[in-house]
Structures are given as structure tokens and as C-alpha cells.
Design a protein around this ligand. Sequence first.
Ligand SMILES: NC(=O)c1ccc[n+]([C@@H]2O[C@H](COP(=O)([O-])OP(=O)(O)OC[C@H]3O[C@@H](n4cnc5c(N)ncnc54)[C@H](OP(=O)(O)O)[C@@H]3O)[C@@H](O)[C@H]2O)c1
Length: 243
Amino acid sequence: MRLAGRRALVTGASRGIGRAIAAAFVREGATVVLASRKQDTLDAVAAELGPRAIPVACHVGRPADLDSLAARAGPVDILVNNAATNIAQGPCLTFTEAQFDKMVEVNLKSVFGLTQRLAPGMCERGRGAILNIASVSGIKPQWESLLYSMTKAALIMMTKSYALELGPRGVRVNAIAPGLIQTQLSEYFWKEGEREAFPYRRQPIRHLGQPEEVAGLAVFLASDEASYVTGAVYTADGGALLL
Ligand SMILES: NC(=O)c1ccc[n+]([C@@H]2O[C@H](COP(=O)([O-])OP(=O)(O)OC[C@H]3O[C@@H](n4cnc5c(N)ncnc54)[C@H](OP(=O)(O)O)[C@@H]3O)[C@@H](O)[C@H]2O)c1
């Protein structure tokens, strides 16, 4: 029970990595506010996770939704910025400004918006942990993924910048950079055909990553076990970046 008595907010908690993190936090004793766009999906997840899971619908790209999410969440000890999208996969010269804006809005501005709303309370209380789910694509550019890679690289720098200034006020800020994890978001890469040859078949750890394999790291970074860790970017990629 490494998170007993803590209150957490996890965005994108209805499925995939966010759901696995929320479930692990509940198992470790935290009360967890689950956020994503669809209330009925969140209600079903909360019913599975138990009474310490609180479902609150929120589109992280909408400032009014962020206001009501922050109000409903109340004072949180742990913020996990996990929700993200990838609406633009393809040759870089085909992308539009509208796609650029959407990717920045959902993957980046949302993190800024939620951190600006919740971190001041953490600073006042002198305690907090913020965890941003980036990607190995933010470290090494992913083929035909200009906008996704760009938002994740910026998220890593946002993590370090917040860590630098908020550390003296008791708030740690870290990032996890997952490699290929089997979720709906990454289905294109692992589903079928020639894409089965994607790097996970060659990477040092030779299986397709699962959301639970990111959640353990998230528990560590959110807990007091990581009391001396801030501004760090931990990969959970089966060693894919070594290739
Ligand atoms: N899977 C991978 O291989 C991989 C690799 C590296 C990094 N990541 C990162 O890991 C994080 C989680 O990804 P995942 O693979 O678990 O994706 P996923 O299975 O598609 O889940 C995404 C979650 O975010 C929510 N979401 C999407 N858009 C939203 C919005 N505008 N407002 C609020 N919630 C929204 C979704 O719920 P609704 O659709 O119901 O809103 C869902 O709960 C992301 O930051 C992703 O970039 C994933």
C-alpha cells in the first residue's frame, strides 16, 4: 500500500496505459479520479476498480472541462497526465495546420492546463508528484509521426522545466517514455501483416509491451520511494531505443 491515503488524478483512465495506472494506484491504496471523454465508459471502469475510483468525464482539450475536472478532483497529491491522441500518422509534408493545432491541444496544452490548475495547491501543501506520459518518440523521432513525436518531445521539456521550478516547493515532476505498448492507440503498429515485423520483434525484451508493464513504474514515481527523483525521463520500451 505505497499510496495509502493519497488522492490521484489520472487522465485517459478509461483504457490502455491510463487504466492500468489507475488500477495499480487503487491497489496501492490511493483514491483515484478517472478522467476521459465518455462518462459511461468511465463508470464501467470505476465499477470494476471499486469505491476508491471516481469517474469524471472531461475532454482535456477544453479549458472549461479542465476547470470542472480540477474542481471535482479537489486537492490531489498525484497528477498523471496520460491522455493523448495521434490523429496524424503519415508523411510529414501531408500534415495540415489544423492537425498541428489539434495535436498540440490534446497532447500538450492539456498538460499545461491541468498542471497550472492543480500544481499551485500542491505547492501550498508542500507535497505533490506529477507524472507525464511521454513516449520514446519524444526522444527519437518516429517514422511518419512528426506531430506526435514533436508533442512528446515538448512534453519531456515541459516535465524538466516544471521539475526545476517546483522541486523547491515539494513537487516532483517526472516523465515515462513508453515504447510500443499493446493498446488501442498503437493498434496500427502491432495488429497484423508486415507491421508484425515492427521493432519489438528485434528489441532486447522480445515481447509486445503491456499496459501493466508501465503501471509499476508509475507507482514507483508517484510514491515516496522516488523522493529523490525529479526531472527524470524513464523509458519502458523493452530496450527498443538501444537499436
Ligand atoms: N501505446 C503505446 O504504444 C504508447 C507508446 C508511447 C506512449 N504512449 C502514450 O501513453 C499514453 C496512453 O496511451 P494508450 O496507448 O494507453 O492510448 P489509448 O488506449 O488510446 O487510451 C487513451 C486514453 O486517453 C483518453 N483520451 C483520448 N483523447 C482524450 C481527450 N481529448 N480528452 C480526455 N481523454 C482523452 C481515451 O479515452 P476516451 O477516448 O474515452 O476519451 C483513453 O482513456 C498516451 O500519452 C500515449 O501517447 C503510448
